[in-house]
Design a protein around this ligand. Structure first.
Ligand SMILES: CC(C)(COP(=O)(O)OP(=O)(O)OC[C@H]1O[C@@H](n2cnc3c(N)ncnc32)[C@H](O)[C@@H]1OP(=O)(O)O)[C@@H](O)C(=O)NCCC(=O)NCCS
Length: 218
Protein backbone atom coordinates (compact mmCIF):
# COMPACT_ATOMS: atom_id res chain seq x y z
CA UNK A 1 0.00 0.00 0.00
CA UNK A 2 1.76 3.07 -1.21
CA UNK A 3 -0.35 5.74 0.42
CA UNK A 4 -1.41 7.06 -2.95
CA UNK A 5 -4.95 8.37 -2.89
CA UNK A 6 -7.09 10.61 -5.02
CA UNK A 7 -10.39 10.20 -3.27
CA UNK A 8 -12.74 12.90 -2.23
CA UNK A 9 -15.11 12.41 0.66
CA UNK A 10 -18.03 10.21 -0.38
CA UNK A 11 -20.39 12.31 1.71
CA UNK A 12 -19.43 15.50 -0.08
CA UNK A 13 -21.71 15.36 -3.10
CA UNK A 14 -24.72 14.84 -0.93
CA UNK A 15 -24.06 17.53 1.64
CA UNK A 16 -25.40 21.06 1.70
CA UNK A 17 -22.03 22.49 0.82
CA UNK A 18 -22.02 20.49 -2.38
CA UNK A 19 -24.86 22.48 -3.92
CA UNK A 20 -23.34 23.82 -7.06
CA UNK A 21 -23.62 27.57 -7.61
CA UNK A 22 -23.22 27.10 -11.35
CA UNK A 23 -26.89 26.90 -12.24
CA UNK A 24 -26.45 26.61 -15.97
CA UNK A 25 -28.63 24.91 -18.48
CA UNK A 26 -27.81 21.25 -18.92
CA UNK A 27 -26.63 20.07 -22.30
CA UNK A 28 -27.42 16.42 -22.81
CA UNK A 29 -25.45 14.28 -25.21
CA UNK A 30 -22.36 16.37 -25.81
CA UNK A 31 -20.85 13.47 -27.74
CA UNK A 32 -17.54 11.75 -27.32
CA UNK A 33 -14.74 13.46 -25.47
CA UNK A 34 -11.69 14.24 -27.54
CA UNK A 35 -8.62 12.07 -27.30
CA UNK A 36 -10.29 8.74 -26.61
CA UNK A 37 -9.84 7.23 -30.00
CA UNK A 38 -13.56 7.18 -30.63
CA UNK A 39 -14.15 4.09 -28.53
CA UNK A 40 -17.78 3.28 -27.97
CA UNK A 41 -19.59 2.79 -24.71
CA UNK A 42 -19.89 -0.94 -24.00
CA UNK A 43 -16.89 -1.82 -26.13
CA UNK A 44 -14.90 -4.78 -24.89
CA UNK A 45 -11.23 -4.05 -24.96
CA UNK A 46 -8.24 -6.32 -24.59
CA UNK A 47 -5.85 -5.35 -21.83
CA UNK A 48 -2.11 -5.45 -22.34
CA UNK A 49 0.05 -8.27 -21.02
CA UNK A 50 -2.21 -11.24 -21.60
CA UNK A 51 -4.96 -10.16 -19.23
CA UNK A 52 -7.51 -11.44 -21.73
CA UNK A 53 -10.79 -9.79 -22.55
CA UNK A 54 -11.64 -6.80 -20.44
CA UNK A 55 -15.20 -5.65 -20.08
CA UNK A 56 -16.07 -2.31 -18.49
CA UNK A 57 -19.56 -2.27 -17.02
CA UNK A 58 -21.60 -0.68 -14.21
CA UNK A 59 -20.90 -2.20 -10.81
CA UNK A 60 -23.36 -4.62 -9.22
CA UNK A 61 -23.98 -5.47 -5.58
CA UNK A 62 -22.13 -8.74 -6.20
CA UNK A 63 -18.96 -6.76 -7.03
CA UNK A 64 -18.81 -4.89 -3.74
CA UNK A 65 -16.61 -7.30 -1.80
CA UNK A 66 -14.03 -7.40 -4.63
CA UNK A 67 -14.11 -3.61 -4.85
CA UNK A 68 -13.57 -3.29 -1.10
CA UNK A 69 -10.64 -5.70 -1.28
CA UNK A 70 -8.94 -3.70 -4.06
CA UNK A 71 -9.65 -0.48 -2.19
CA UNK A 72 -7.98 -1.83 0.95
CA UNK A 73 -4.83 -2.83 -0.90
CA UNK A 74 -4.65 0.43 -2.86
CA UNK A 75 -4.89 3.22 -0.29
CA UNK A 76 -3.48 4.15 3.07
CA UNK A 77 -6.88 5.64 3.97
CA UNK A 78 -9.34 3.32 2.22
CA UNK A 79 -13.03 4.07 2.09
CA UNK A 80 -15.19 1.98 4.39
CA UNK A 81 -16.60 -0.99 2.43
CA UNK A 82 -20.17 0.21 3.05
CA UNK A 83 -19.38 3.43 1.19
CA UNK A 84 -19.43 1.65 -2.15
CA UNK A 85 -22.84 0.13 -1.50
CA UNK A 86 -24.17 3.55 -0.58
CA UNK A 87 -22.74 5.07 -3.75
CA UNK A 88 -24.17 2.26 -5.86
CA UNK A 89 -27.66 3.29 -4.77
CA UNK A 90 -27.16 7.04 -5.25
CA UNK A 91 -28.59 8.84 -8.24
CA UNK A 92 -25.69 11.17 -8.78
CA UNK A 93 -22.80 8.69 -8.59
CA UNK A 94 -21.63 5.86 -10.79
CA UNK A 95 -19.23 3.00 -10.22
CA UNK A 96 -17.75 1.25 -13.24
CA UNK A 97 -15.80 -1.99 -12.91
CA UNK A 98 -13.36 -3.75 -15.19
CA UNK A 99 -14.28 -7.40 -15.41
CA UNK A 100 -11.54 -9.76 -16.48
CA UNK A 101 -12.07 -12.75 -18.76
CA UNK A 102 -12.96 -14.98 -15.82
CA UNK A 103 -15.63 -12.69 -14.38
CA UNK A 104 -13.44 -11.25 -11.61
CA UNK A 105 -13.18 -7.54 -10.85
CA UNK A 106 -9.77 -6.16 -11.84
CA UNK A 107 -10.45 -2.52 -10.97
CA UNK A 108 -13.06 0.18 -10.61
CA UNK A 109 -13.70 3.86 -11.01
CA UNK A 110 -16.15 6.09 -9.14
CA UNK A 111 -17.44 9.46 -10.22
CA UNK A 112 -20.20 11.75 -9.03
CA UNK A 113 -21.62 14.93 -10.42
CA UNK A 114 -23.66 18.08 -9.97
CA UNK A 115 -25.27 19.44 -13.11
CA UNK A 116 -22.62 19.28 -15.83
CA UNK A 117 -19.54 19.04 -13.61
CA UNK A 118 -18.21 15.79 -12.22
CA UNK A 119 -15.46 14.54 -9.97
CA UNK A 120 -13.55 11.34 -10.58
CA UNK A 121 -13.51 10.37 -6.92
CA UNK A 122 -11.74 7.03 -7.06
CA UNK A 123 -9.85 4.86 -9.52
CA UNK A 124 -8.00 1.72 -8.49
CA UNK A 125 -6.75 -1.47 -10.08
CA UNK A 126 -5.88 -4.71 -8.33
CA UNK A 127 -2.18 -4.59 -7.51
CA UNK A 128 -1.16 -7.57 -9.64
CA UNK A 129 -3.11 -6.25 -12.65
CA UNK A 130 -1.55 -2.79 -12.84
CA UNK A 131 0.43 -1.52 -15.79
CA UNK A 132 -1.58 -3.58 -18.30
CA UNK A 133 -4.09 -1.00 -19.44
CA UNK A 134 -6.90 -1.74 -16.98
CA UNK A 135 -6.86 1.69 -15.31
CA UNK A 136 -6.72 3.41 -18.69
CA UNK A 137 -9.67 1.36 -19.94
CA UNK A 138 -11.78 2.27 -16.90
CA UNK A 139 -10.87 5.93 -17.26
CA UNK A 140 -11.63 5.95 -20.99
CA UNK A 141 -15.05 4.43 -20.39
CA UNK A 142 -15.75 6.82 -17.52
CA UNK A 143 -15.06 9.78 -19.80
CA UNK A 144 -17.35 8.39 -22.47
CA UNK A 145 -20.22 7.60 -20.12
CA UNK A 146 -19.92 10.97 -18.41
CA UNK A 147 -19.89 12.80 -21.74
CA UNK A 148 -22.90 10.83 -22.89
CA UNK A 149 -24.92 11.93 -19.86
CA UNK A 150 -24.08 15.58 -20.52
CA UNK A 151 -21.13 16.15 -18.17
CA UNK A 152 -18.94 18.96 -19.53
CA UNK A 153 -15.90 18.78 -17.26
CA UNK A 154 -14.47 16.24 -14.88
CA UNK A 155 -12.18 17.13 -11.99
CA UNK A 156 -9.97 15.03 -9.77
CA UNK A 157 -7.33 15.28 -7.08
CA UNK A 158 -4.09 13.34 -7.14
CA UNK A 159 -1.12 13.12 -4.82
CA UNK A 160 1.95 14.90 -6.13
CA UNK A 161 3.98 11.71 -5.61
CA UNK A 162 1.55 9.43 -7.48
CA UNK A 163 3.47 9.39 -10.73
CA UNK A 164 1.68 6.46 -12.36
CA UNK A 165 -1.71 8.07 -11.82
CA UNK A 166 -0.46 11.47 -12.95
CA UNK A 167 0.92 9.95 -16.12
CA UNK A 168 -2.34 8.16 -16.76
CA UNK A 169 -4.36 11.36 -16.36
CA UNK A 170 -1.95 13.36 -18.52
CA UNK A 171 -2.26 10.74 -21.26
CA UNK A 172 -6.04 11.28 -21.20
CA UNK A 173 -5.85 15.05 -21.54
CA UNK A 174 -6.23 16.17 -17.92
CA UNK A 175 -4.48 19.40 -17.08
CA UNK A 176 -3.50 20.89 -13.75
CA UNK A 177 -5.47 23.90 -12.56
CA UNK A 178 -4.57 24.16 -8.90
CA UNK A 179 -2.65 22.78 -5.91
CA UNK A 180 -4.15 22.11 -2.48
CA UNK A 181 -1.38 22.41 0.09
CA UNK A 182 -1.23 19.61 2.65
CA UNK A 183 -4.52 18.17 1.42
CA UNK A 184 -3.67 14.51 2.02
CA UNK A 185 -2.88 12.78 5.31
CA UNK A 186 -0.96 9.57 5.98
CA UNK A 187 1.41 10.76 4.63
CA UNK A 188 0.70 14.47 4.49
CA UNK A 189 1.08 15.73 0.95
CA UNK A 190 -0.19 18.31 -1.52
CA UNK A 191 -2.95 17.47 -3.99
CA UNK A 192 -2.89 18.51 -7.60
CA UNK A 193 -6.30 19.47 -8.97
CA UNK A 194 -6.74 18.32 -12.55
CA UNK A 195 -9.54 18.88 -15.00
CA UNK A 196 -10.54 17.42 -18.34
CA UNK A 197 -13.12 18.95 -20.63
CA UNK A 198 -15.66 16.58 -22.17
CA UNK A 199 -17.21 19.00 -24.58
CA UNK A 200 -17.93 22.64 -25.12
CA UNK A 201 -18.42 24.64 -21.97
CA UNK A 202 -16.82 26.72 -19.27
CA UNK A 203 -13.71 24.59 -18.92
CA UNK A 204 -12.77 24.96 -22.56
CA UNK A 205 -13.17 28.71 -22.42
CA UNK A 206 -10.90 28.84 -19.36
CA UNK A 207 -13.66 29.82 -16.94
CA UNK A 208 -13.18 27.08 -14.36
CA UNK A 209 -11.85 27.98 -10.95
CA UNK A 210 -11.01 25.38 -8.36
CA UNK A 211 -13.87 23.18 -9.47
CA UNK A 212 -17.26 22.64 -7.86
CA UNK A 213 -15.89 20.29 -5.25
CA UNK A 214 -13.73 22.68 -3.30
CA UNK A 215 -15.46 21.69 -0.06
CA UNK A 216 -14.35 18.07 -0.28
CA UNK A 217 -12.03 17.00 2.50
CA UNK A 218 -10.21 13.78 3.17
C1 LIG B 1 -3.26 4.57 -10.95
C2 LIG B 1 -3.80 3.23 -11.41
C3 LIG B 1 -5.30 3.22 -11.29
C4 LIG B 1 -3.38 3.01 -12.87
O1 LIG B 1 -3.97 1.79 -13.31
P1 LIG B 1 -3.17 0.84 -14.34
O2 LIG B 1 -4.06 -0.24 -14.72
O3 LIG B 1 -1.88 0.44 -13.71
O4 LIG B 1 -2.87 1.87 -15.52
P2 LIG B 1 -2.64 1.49 -17.04
O5 LIG B 1 -1.92 0.18 -17.14
O6 LIG B 1 -3.94 1.59 -17.75
O7 LIG B 1 -1.72 2.64 -17.51
C5 LIG B 1 -2.27 3.79 -18.07
C6 LIG B 1 -1.17 4.81 -18.26
O8 LIG B 1 -0.70 5.20 -16.98
C7 LIG B 1 0.72 5.23 -17.01
N1 LIG B 1 1.20 4.31 -15.99
C8 LIG B 1 0.51 3.34 -15.37
N2 LIG B 1 1.28 2.70 -14.47
C9 LIG B 1 2.49 3.29 -14.55
C10 LIG B 1 3.73 3.11 -13.86
N3 LIG B 1 3.88 2.17 -12.90
N4 LIG B 1 4.75 3.90 -14.17
C11 LIG B 1 4.61 4.83 -15.12
N5 LIG B 1 3.47 5.07 -15.79
C12 LIG B 1 2.44 4.31 -15.51
C13 LIG B 1 1.17 4.92 -18.36
O9 LIG B 1 1.44 6.15 -18.98
C14 LIG B 1 -0.01 4.28 -19.04
O10 LIG B 1 -0.09 4.76 -20.34
P3 LIG B 1 -0.21 3.74 -21.57
O11 LIG B 1 -1.58 3.13 -21.45
O12 LIG B 1 -0.07 4.64 -22.75
O13 LIG B 1 0.90 2.77 -21.40
C15 LIG B 1 -3.18 2.06 -10.56
O14 LIG B 1 -1.79 2.21 -10.55
C16 LIG B 1 -3.68 2.01 -9.12
O15 LIG B 1 -4.70 1.38 -8.82
N6 LIG B 1 -2.96 2.68 -8.19
C17 LIG B 1 -3.36 2.67 -6.78
C18 LIG B 1 -4.56 3.55 -6.55
C19 LIG B 1 -4.33 4.95 -7.06
O16 LIG B 1 -3.30 5.56 -6.82
N7 LIG B 1 -5.33 5.47 -7.79
C20 LIG B 1 -5.28 6.79 -8.38
C21 LIG B 1 -5.59 7.81 -7.35
S1 LIG B 1 -5.61 9.46 -8.05
Amino acid sequence: MGGAKCQGSPSAPFSESFCCPLERSRTVGTGLPQGNGGRKIGEVRRARGGAGELKIRPALEADLSAIARIEAESYSNPWHPDTFGTLLRRNRAKILVAEDGEGGVAGYGVYWWVLEQAELANLAVQADQRGRGVGGAILDRTLLVAADQGIESIFLEVRVSNESARRLYASRGFRQISVRKGYYQNPKEDALILVRSLGTGAEESGEVGDGPFGSIRM
